[in-house]
Design a protein around this ligand. Structure first.
Ligand SMILES: *Cc1c(COP(=O)(O)O)cnc(C)c1O
Length: 220
């Protein structure tokens, strides 16, 4: 299977899952997660019509994407991994969406860096739906206040929410919780679902699915 074959298969599954949920497939953005894979793999996906990509590390994205962006002006890049405050300026310059706003200190630094750069990437707030101590994200009980602070005090362009459910649990209740928090805060974007569970995520309202392995193969 080539990357083009894999992409076609994932797009077909995405469309089928949307149709089964009574949704328009155009409402679900496929974010191709290219972390650990080289520029040639990204090029193969671009050649197959994919334009939205996700990376989890700022340094890796900075090494791979600026040249590709010059060549493919429609390319859109999402940060899907934890962001350290000392890399916030670089992230604001490099990404179109930052999916991992997960704590007040980072939110404040991002607001300052956006003001400085005059560039405002969309932001998603990462919610730690499973309340796992080792995982990033704001606790569900603290989410409403954090969302309000990000929007009203800091003026961040908050588009929606993102979650990574616990690996050892069925993801449905986590997707439902993320949707509920988004709905009561009037947020439209829901980034949830990976290679193993994106069809379930689409059933629960995902507007962005982040898919690596099913497109690019196993990570080395
Ligand atoms: C790596 C990663 C993905 C993609 O996972 P696959 O199982 O390879 O599809 C999605 N989201 C995040 C946050 C990731 O780090």
């Amino acid at each position: 299977m080539t990357i083009a074959d894999n992409l076609a298969a994932v797009r077909a599954r995405l469309a089928a899952a949307a149709a089964a949920a009574g949704r328009n497939p155009g409402e679900v953005t496929l974010v191709a997660v290219s972390k650990t894979h080289g520029i040639d793999a990204v090029r193969a996906a671009l050649a197959a019509g994919q334009s939205v990509f996700g990376e989890n590390r700022v340094q890796e994205a900075a090494a791979k994407y600026p040249a590709l962006r010059r060549e493919f002006p429609d390319l859109e890049l999402h940060l899907i991994g934890p962001l350290q405050t000392n890399k916030a300026a670089q992230a604001v310059a490099l990404f179109d969406t930052i999916e991992t706003v997960d704590r007040p200190k980072l939110a404040g630094v991002l607001a300052a860096e956006m003001a400085k750069a005059g560039r405002r990437p969309d932001c998603l707030i990462q919610v730690n739906t499973g309340e796992e101590p080792q995982k990033a994200g704001i606790a569900p009980a603290a989410a409403d206040a954090f969302i309000r602070d990000c929007r009203e005090r800091l003026g961040l362009p908050i588009a929606g929410l993102m979650c990574i459910p616990p690996a050892d649990e069925s993801p449905a209740s986590h997707f439902a919780l993320l949707r509920e928090i988004a709905q009561r805060n009037g947020l439209a974007a829901l980034s949830m679902g990976m290679s193993g569970d994106f069809e379930t995520a689409i059933r629960f309202g995902a507007t962005q699915v982040r898919i690596g392995t099913a497109i690019f193969g196993a990570r080395g």
